[in-house]
Write a protein that binds this ligand. Sequence first.
Ligand code: FAD
Length: 266
Amino acid sequence: MRELHTARLEQKLLLSAAAQCYHFEFTATTGLPLAYEPGQFLSFVADDPQGKSYTRAYSLASAPRGPRFEVCANRVPGGFLSNLLCDLAPGDTLHWHGPHGLFTLRQPLPGPAAASLMIAAGTGIAPLRSFLQSLFPALERPHPIHLIYESPSPEELFYDSDFRHLSATQPLFHYHPVPGSDQDRAQTLATLTSLASAPAPDQQATPQAAGQAAPSRNEAPSAAPAPTQFSRYAYICGLSQLVKDARAHLLDLGWHRRQILSERYD
Ligand SMILES: Cc1cc2nc3c(=O)[nH]c(=O)nc-3n(C[C@H](O)[C@H](O)[C@H](O)COP(=O)(O)OP(=O)(O)OC[C@H]3O[C@@H](n4cnc5c(N)ncnc54)[C@H](O)[C@@H]3O)c2cc1C
């Protein structure tokens, strides 16, 4: 049985009425700092009126900051925990265990010649927001960071003004919002092509860089041992279809599967 902790909701903000998505600021009631790596999640635990227990994962949307932490969540029609969360009021408490998860920034961060790519849809933005808060303003290894964020409409780009502000004040951060793309992923993938096609230092000797066709993702992997470390990584978070599409696209562009980190919400 995992040890359960308690958090108190301090503040709740509606991020989008259309998406029924909220931003939550909690404090761990122990008052002790919550130690986690950006990109990890907590498991919230609650019982329904019949006593059935539910456990659901929610990515931490903020960088570590003492006992306070932030998450964002949307209502899922018919879902128990997302609606319980979205119905909470400041002062209410919730049980959790964690942190959990391996969707974290790969170290060392890229050098100036290679970019980090982050791709999200909907509340999949949460762990990437945590990454960005931990990376800026004092970017330890300066390199370009691109965030591709797709949503059904401009109103459903959560934290849009924060990312616009970051891109206006941090020359190495590039924000690529793609509203209106949930039904047709073409624009997201075209943006990904434009950012991911340039060879990175560790890929310049690959057959693709030498002008040969990239192996199809259905072909057997090359017999050559994979490097244990790459000069750049892509981080994808959202529902399964986005993760599947973006991953397949990067593989087609010649990326190695170990360069692609992902978190699926469903
Ligand atoms: C590692 C991880 C991190 C997660 N982080 C977040 C987060 O930061 N914010 C967040 O809102 N959700 C997040 N989720 C999803 C969350 O755990 C729940 O699955 C979701 O809130 C639905 O729970 P529920 O009890 O209301 O409904 P359930 O009855 O559990 O779910 C109903 C169905 O909704 C699907 N579903 C799950 N998430 C969504 C979604 N966002 N939109 C539409 N359908 C969905 C599931 O496939 C499921 O079949 C995360 C999931 C994982 C695995």
